[in-house]
Design a protein around this ligand. Structure first.
Ligand code: DI6
Ligand code: FE
Length: 403
């Protein structure tokens, strides 16, 4: 199939965030797409053999990419929201067996079908804001079968909701109650059984670990990552969300695509990210919802030219928010990122955080996943929240009539 899109106001994200060109609106552009891939971008292209579609002078950006979500789970944790506002901390709730483990209990009891039905409206909420690619993590099963169930559900969401899905095994998210006091044994289960089972069924693109005082330590994270790498999987980490135990630095040295949260990362950690081209994924929804005060070191990240991604971290405990533009807005208002940086954070840098080399910018050779907007400038995308300016989404050059 050959389609030529005309009358586009293109924001291509083609250049590094420190340059101007990629964020500049290029007026009156044409974009040709053949078999789902962008084959031309210019002010005048040959129309022979193409179906011509005018985008009527609307703004066109790469489809938005949410590079960190926990979209599949059962139950909700509104009760913990109340508890926290009555003075109990997230860590205390976790130590008392609530928190992640409350969602584990509900998710273990749910069938694959139920998990899909719960996740589909969540995916659709992201879609309404122009998301074309989403990463979905497991991590609320914590047995081989329940983690596989979550990942199968995530893949089905991609097929049924018309959105590209990458899956991440987060078996090392929390210590399940049946392994209390035996965290190394649980890590062995993740390494020796979960990862091979997931690889066998091709169910995950990456492996994630929650490296934190209330979760897994650095050595345990390293064991999981070594196993993942030996199976050819990408690695990424939840690190420095609540404290600094050196997870981000170590993950970067091991070649992590991204380290996520990183409110507590230090200079050594940031330098390790820079040296290894690891993306810093900022999750302002969790920062906001937990009413944290320690902000990620944005100036240090900028100074070291670390690419910053922004994601929803959608999950029932710390970020029950299904709006990527809201996260962009929060990244600006809470962390001081510019609208330009936040748009890079949900396109080019988010693609890098997922290891997707053909997504995140409008360039020849890239997948024709794009969003068409009723706005005049890209800053509007993260400015007004609650009334989506999305006109249409295209996945591989095909219009998705679903928002
Ligand atoms: N950090 C988070 O923000 C989520 N997981 C993690 O490791 C929270 C997950 C939850 O509370 O359910
Ligand atoms: Fe998370």
């Amino acid at each position: 199939m050959k389609t030529l899109f005309t009358d586009c106001r293109v924001v291509s994200m083609q250049t590094d965030v420190t340059e101007q060109f990629g964020y500049q609106v290029q007026e009156s552009m044409m974009m040709s797409v053949e078999d789902g891939v962008i084959t031309g971008l210019g002010s005048s292209l040959n129309t022979d053999g193409f179906t011509v579609v005018s985008l009527e002078n609307r703004l066109v950006t790469p489809g938005l990419i949410d590079c960190h979500t926990h979209l599949v789970f059962a139950g909700n944790r509104a009760n913990e929201f109340e508890q926290r506002l009555n003075g109990i901390s997230y860590q205390q709730i976790a130590q008392q067996g609530g928190g992640i483990l409350a969602t584990v209990q509900a998710t273990r009891q749910a069938s694959l079908e139920t998990l899909v039905q719960l996740a589909l409206p969540r995916a659709k909420a992201l879609i309404r804001d122009g998301v074309t690619t989403v990463e979905i993590k497991s991590g609320y099963g914590l047995t081989v079968n329940d983690e596989l169930k979550m990942l199968r559900a995530a893949k089905r969401v991609g097929r049924e909701a018309n959105i590209h899905v990458s899956t991440t095994l987060l078996g090392a998210h929390a210590l399940p109650p049946e392994f209390a006091g035996r965290s190394d044994d649980y890590v062995s289960l993740v390494c020796n059984e979960m990862i091979p089972a997931v690889v066998e069924e091709n169910l995950a693109d990456a492996v994630d670990v929650f490296c934190e005082g209330i979760a897994f330590n650095k050595q345990q994270m390293e064991r999981v990552f070594e196993t993942a790498l030996s199976h050819g999987l990408n690695i990424k980490g939840h690190t420095e969300q609540l404290s600094n135990i050196g997870g981000g630095e170590s993950a970067a040295h091991m070649g992590a695509l991204s380290v996520d949260h990183i409110e507590f990362i230090d200079l050594r950690g940031v330098e390790a990210l820079a040296a290894n081209n690891t993306v810093a994924t900022l999750l302002p929804g969790a920062f906001y919802f937990l009413r944290e005060t320690q902000k990620p070191p944005v100036d240090l990240l900028r100074k070291n030219r670390v690419p910053m991604a922004i994601a929803t971290d959608f999950n029932p405990g710390t970020s029950p928010f299904l709006s990527l533009p809201l996260m962009m807005n929060m990244a600006s208002t809470l962390f001081g990122l510019t609208p330009k940086e936040t748009l890079y954070g949900v396109t080019r840098h988010a693609a890098q955080a997922m290891g997707l080399k053909n997504k995140g910018q409008l360039s020849v050779g890239f997948d024709a996943d794009f969003a068409v907007w009723d706005v005049s400038s890209p800053a509007e995308l993260s400015y007004q929240i609650g009334l989506s300016p999305l006109h249409a989404r295209y996945l591989n050059g095909v219009k998705a009539n679903d928002h």
